[in-house]
Write a protein that binds this ligand. Structure first.
Ligand code: GTP
Ligand code: MG
Length: 197
């Protein structure tokens, strides 16, 4: 699947701009700067297909990427702090919430958590929205390369504990580094399974 073509389809700024819900879709949600766009680049092996940057609030639209005809990957704007005007941020946050709660072909949301920070209150807010909307979600821990193994283990234990509060959460975490490639084959295999048939 990831060996085939990956194409940028469009950036969506309103619900009526969403592409037809005609194929399976997975999305990447998380706080600004957690590494959503970098993860899409690592998964697809196309550096720069999703724009990443050190400025929180880089991704400002719902960016759709097509895996051939088989599925969409959706890069979402971050939540939490962003370097953008408040009114603009509120607009994307509203769109993000409408999208997460009401997309019929959304097979799974990946909830990205920075290995250095663990789950924060804004993450719980989004996870609660996913619980209420019955959207299954799976935590992807990002930037694992920035942590030593024992500190990482501690964070994973914290996250697993926090996930008990969320009925829509998968218990298994995927630990990744977009920089080093850790966990990328595992995540690709999960997405292949969700978009097959
Ligand atoms: P917004 O679009 O602003 O919400 O951010 P984002 O979640 O898309 O984050 P992005 O992918 O733009 O990455 C933010 C910063 O983190 C960039 O400077 C990346 O280079 C860095 N980064 C992302 N993933 C990793 C990783 O696995 N390891 C390390 N060390 N840095 C990473
Ligand atoms: Mg981004």
């Amino acid at each position: 699947l990831f060996a085939g073509p990956v194409d940028f389809v469009k950036g969506v700024v309103a619900m009526d701009g969403l592409p037809p819900a005609d194929r399976p879709e997975v999305c990447f949600a998380g706080r600004s700067n957690v590494g959503k766009s970098s993860l899409i680049n690592a998964l697809t092996g196309r550096k720069g297909i999703a724009r990443a940057s050190n400025t929180p609030g880089r991704t400002q639209e719902l960016n759709f990427f097509a895996l051939g005809e088989r599925g969409y990957l959706v890069d979402l704007p971050g939540y939490g702090y962003a370097q953008a005007p408040v009114a603009v941020v509120q607009k994307w946050q509203a769109l993000l919430k409408q999208y997460l709660a009401g997309r019929p072909n959304l097979r799974r949301a990946f909830a990205l958590i920075d290995a250095r920070h663990g789950i924060k209150p804004v993450d719980h807010e989004i996870m609660t929205l996913l619980d209420r909307s019955a959207v299954p979600f799976q935590v992807v821990v990002t930037k694992a390369d920035k942590m030593g193994r024992s500190a990482l283990e501690q964070v994973l234990i914290q996250i697993e504990g926090e996930l008990q509060k969320h009925p829509a959460a998968y218990p298994e975490l995927v630990v990744t580094s977009s920089e080093k490639g850790e966990g990328i084959p595992t995540l690709r295999a999960i997405i292949e399974g969700l978009t097959a048939g």
